[in-house]
Write a protein that binds this ligand. Structure first.
Ligand code: MF3
Ligand code: CO
Length: 273
C-alpha cells in the first residue's frame, strides 16, 4: 500500500534535530496516554486525548486522512496487529493495546508506537511484550553506517522467530521517515544479514516490529485497514524513530518518559521489565 519512489533521502544535522523534536512530541503524547489509560476507557477517548494534546503544541496529527485513514491514532487491541480503528468499546482487564500515533511539527514527521498491558495477563503475553520490545532494540543496534537494511530485520527475526517461535508479520514493514510519513527504504522485520540498501549517516527510519504469539499470517478486516492475526492470538507492536549514525544509532523518540508514566499507573502492567 505504501509505495515510496525508490529514492533514499538523508537528513542534515539541523533536520535531524527538528525530527527529534517531532519524535519526542509523539513520545510526550504517548506519555499522556500512559498516565490515564485503564480498563473502562475507550480507544476513541484516547484518540481525542492525543489530538487535543497536540493543539497546544503547534503540531498536527498525520494519520487522519492519510490514504483515507479516518482517525488520529491506530489503536490495536489483542489480536489486532496494526491499523486498528479507535472505537467506543470499553477496554477491559487483560487487554493489550498498541497505540500508534504520528504528527507533523515544523514540516517533519514523528511516528511511533507503544504497547500497553491493562492489568493481569498470562505469563505468555508478558513474554511476547518483553521479547518484542527487546527485538526493537536489537534491530536499532544494527542501524549504524556501513550495515544494511537486512541486518536490522535479521536481528529482529532472530530474537522473535528463531529464538522464541513467534510469528514475524511479513506484509507490513518499517519505513523511512521525513517530510513524508513513508519514505524509502522499507524496513522489514525479517531478512538476511548483508542484504538490502547500505545504511548511511543521517538516514531516519521508523523501526516497528509487529510480532505475533502464534502464526505470522494476518488478514485485513472488511473496513480495509484493521490487520488481524489469522489464528486470533495476540500481537504486539513497538515503534521507534531512529537516525543512522556511525557506531551507535540515535533514537529520536523516547520510551523512558512513557515507561515512567506506565510504572506510576497502577492500572497498567509493566512487570515484564
Ligand atoms: N506506524 C504506522 C505505519 O507506519 C502508521 C500508519 S497509520 C496510517 O504504517 F493510518 F497513517 F496509515
Ligand atoms: Co510507522
Amino acid at each position: 500500500m505504501f509505495r515510496p519512489n525508490g529514492m533514499i533521502l538523508y537528513k542534515t544535522e539541523a533536520e535531524v534535530a527538528l525530527m527529534q523534536q517531532s519524535a519526542l512530541l509523539v513520545s510526550k503524547t504517548l506519555t499522556e496516554v500512559a498516565k490515564v489509560l485503564k480498563a473502562g476507557m475507550t480507544t476513541l477517548q484516547i484518540d481525542k486525548l492525543c489530538a487535543d494534546f497536540l493543539q497546544d503544541h503547534h503540531a498536527i496529527p498525520s494519520f487522519k486522512n492519510y490514504h483515507g485513514y479516518p482517525h488520529n491514532i491506530c489503536a490495536s487491541v489483542n489480536d489486532v496487529v496494526v491499523h486498528g480503528f479507535p472505537n467506543d468499546t470499553p477496554l477491559k482487564e487483560g487487554d493489550i493495546v498498541s497505540i500508534d500515533f504520528g504528527l507533523i511539527l515544523n514540516g517533519w514527521h514523528g511516528d511511533h508506537a507503544y504497547t500497553f498491558i491493562l492489568g493481569e495477563v498470562d505469563e505468555s503475553v508478558l513474554n511476547l511484550v518483553r521479547i518484542t520490545k527487546e527485538s526493537l532494540y536489537k534491530g536499532i543496534e544494527k542501524a549504524i553506517t556501513g550495515n544494511r537494511i537486512g541486518d536490522i530485520g535479521f536481528a529482529i527475526q532472530e530474537h522473535t522467530e528463531k529464538k522464541n517461535g513467534y510469528g514475524v508479520v511479513r506484509e507490513l514493514v518499517g519505513h523511512g521517515l521525513g517530510k513524508k510519513l513513508h519514505e524509502d527504504p522499507q524496513v522489514p522485520n525479517y531478512g538476511k544479514r548483508g542484504n538490502g540498501p547500505v545504511l548511511k549517516q543521517n538516514l531516519v527510519i521508523a523501526i516497528e516490529p509487529m510480532i505475533n504469539m502464534g502464526t505470522k499470517d494476518v488478514f485485513t478486516d472488511k473496513d480495509g485497514w484493521t490487520v488481524k492475526t489469522k489464528d486470533g492470538m495476540p500481537s504486539v507492536h513497538f515503534e521507534h524513530d531512529v537516525c543512522v549514525k556511525k557506531g551507535k544509532a540515535l533514537i529520536l523518540s523516547d520510551f523512558s518518559i512513557i515507561e515512567a508514566a506506565e510504572k506510576a499507573n497502577v492500572n497498567l502492567n509493566s512487570s515484564y521489565y
